[in-house]
Design a protein around this ligand. Structure first.
Ligand SMILES: Cc1ncc(COP(=O)(O)O)c(C=O)c1O
Length: 396
C-alpha cells in the first residue's frame, strides 16, 4: 500500500477510466499518455454538437470561442498563471518555434542550449542560428546527473552576448529534474544582459505540480498528450507578461488579430500567436482529461505517488544483476532510465518486453531503456515488468 491511498475511488477503479491501460504494463507516458474514456467521449460529443448546431454558425462559433477560453483557464490553474499569458498550440515543438523565431535576434547573439535537449529543439536552434548568424553554446548537463552542479555547468557557459537559455525542466534521456528556479536566479544575476529562459516542458507538464509565476521563467512550452494523458495535438505556451513584448509573431492569422477594427491590430495576449482553425473538439478532450485527474487527487499527491512508485522501480532494478540505473539516487520524477548488460541490444530487449505486454522505449544517448512510471501505475505492474525483464535477459 502506498502512502496517502485514501481516495473515494481506489487507483484500480480509477484506472478503469483509462481503457488503454487494460491488459498491459504501459510505461511510455513520456512518449504519449493513455487517453481517458471521458476525453474520447468529450471529443465525439463536441463533433456531434458542432454538426448539429453548425458546424459554422453564430451559435457554434460563439460556443467554440467560450470553450477555448475555458481551456486556457483550466491550463492556467494547472500552471498557476494568468490565462492571458497562454497560447494554445499543438505541441511542445510548436511552442518552441514561436519563441525561437520570434526573438529580435542580432548577429552574434548567443543561445545557450543544454546538451540533453530533444532533437526537435536542437534542430530549431541550429536553423535559427544559421538564419540570423548566431552562436550556440552547450551546457554540459548530462554529466551532472550523479555529480557536479547543473547551475554551475550553465553559469560556465554564459557569455556577454548570451540572449537565451533553452533547457528542459526534466531531461528526457535521464529523468533528471533541473532546478529551474535557481537557473532563473542565475540568469537574473546578470541584470545588464536580459537573458531569457525557454523551458521545454515535454516531460514536466502533467508530472510536476507547477507554479510558473513563482518560478519566474519567461517561456514554458508544454503539451497535453504526454504525462497529462490528453489527446495528441493540443499543447500550450506560457509567455510571462514581462517577456511578452520581446516576441514577434512569425505566423499570423485571424485568431491572433482584432478583426473588428478597420485596421488590423494584434491581440495583446497569448492568443496573438494562435493562427487559424484547429481541431477544436480536441480542446474539450484535454479539458475532460484534466478533470479526470483532478477528481482523483491533487497535483501534489499525484506527484508524490509518482516518486514513490519510481523509487520502488529504481530499487527493484538496482537489486537485479546486470542492470544499472543511470541515476545513483532515487528518482525525483517518473522517468527511470537503466542499462542492461546483455548480449541483446536495448532495442531488442524493448521489443521482447513489448511482445510480453510491457511498453517501454530506448534512448540513444545515453544508450538506455526508459520506463515512465505514472501515478496510474500499479506496484503489481512493476513486479510484472521485473519478471518479464528477468525472462528476457535469462533467455537471451
Ligand atoms: C524533451 C522533449 N521535447 C520535445 C518533445 C517533442 O514534443 P512534441 O511532439 O509535443 O513537440 C519531446 C517528445 O518526446 C520530448 O521528450
Amino acid at each position: 500500500m502506498l502512502e496517502s491511498d485514501h481516495h473515494s475511488v481506489s487507483i484500480e477503479e480509477h484506472r478503469l477510466s483509462f481503457p488503454g491501460l487494460n491488459q498491459k504494463v504501459y510505461l511510455n507516458f513520456g512518449g504519449q499518455g493513455s487517453l481517458p474514456e471521458a476525453a474520447l467521449e468529450a471529443i465525439i460529443d463536441t463533433y456531434n454538437y458542432l454538426q448539429i448546431n453548425g458546424p459554422f454558425s453564430l451559435k457554434a462559433n460563439s460556443w467554440l470561442g467560450k470553450r477555448a477560453v475555458s481551456l486556457r483557464e483550466d491550463l492556467a490553474k494547472e500552471l498557476q498563471v494568468d490565462p492571458k499569458t497562454l497560447t494554445l498550440t499543438e505541441s511542445v515543438t510548436a511552442g518552441c518555434n514561436i519563441i525561437l523565431w520570434g526573438i529580435n535576434w542580432q548577429r552574434g547573439d548567443r543561445i545557450l542550449l543544454g546538451d540533453c535537449e530533444h532533437p526537435s529543439i536542437v534542430a530549431i536552434v541550429e536553423e535559427v542560428a544559421r538564419r540570423f548568424d548566431l552562436a550556440i553554446d552547450f551546457a554540459p548537463l548530462k554529466s551532472t546527473l550523479n555529480q557536479g552542479n547543473p547551475i554551475e555547468a550553465i553559469n560556465q557557459k554564459i557569455q556577454p552576448n548570451t540572449r537565451l537559455i533553452v533547457i528542459s525542466h526534466i531531461l528526457w534521456n535521464s529523468g533528471q529534474l533541473l532546478p529551474i528556479g535557481e537557473i532563473v536566479e542565475l540568469a537574473r544575476s546578470y541584470p545588464n544582459r536580459s537573458i531569457r529562459i525557454l523551458i521545454d516542458a515535454a516531460q514536466s507538464f502533467g508530472l510536476l505540480p507547477l507554479n510558473l509565476t513563482e518560478l519566474g521563467i519567461d517561456f514554458y512550452a508544454f503539451t497535453g498528450h504526454k504525462w497529462l494523458c490528453g489527446p495528441a495535438g493540443v499543447g500550450g505556451l506560457y509567455i510571462s507578461p514581462e517577456a511578452f513584448s520581446s516576441i514577434r509573431p512569425t505566423f499570423l492569422g485571424w485568431r491572433g488579430i482584432n478583426e473588428d477594427d478597420s485596421n488590423i491590430t494584434l491581440k495583446n495576449d497569448g492568443q496573438r500567436f494562435e493562427i487559424g482553425t484547429s481541431a477544436y473538439p480536441q480542446y474539450e478532450g484535454l479539458r475532460a482529461t484534466l478533470a479526470v485527474h483532478r477528481e482523483w487527487a491533487s497535483r501534489q499527491e499525484r506527484y508524490r505517488r509518482i516518486c514513490q512508485l519510481s523509487t520502488q522501480l529504481w530499487q527493484l532494478l538496482n537489486d537485479m544483476p546486470n542492470i544499472q540505473c543511470l541515476s545513483q539516487q532515487p528518482p525525483q520524477t517518473g522517468l527511470v532510465c537503466f542499462q542492461v548488460n546483455s548480449r541483446l541490444s536495448h532495442i531488442q530487449i524493448v521489443a521482447k518486453l513489448e511482445e510480453r505486454g510491457c511498453f517501454l522505449r530506448t534512448l540513444k544517448d545515453p544508450d538506455c531503456i526508459r520506463a515512465c512510471v505514472h501515478y496510474l501505475t500499479l506496484p503489481s505492474e512493476l513486479e510484472i515488468l521485473l519478471t518479464c525483464l528477468k525472462e528476457v535477459i535469462e533467455n537471451q
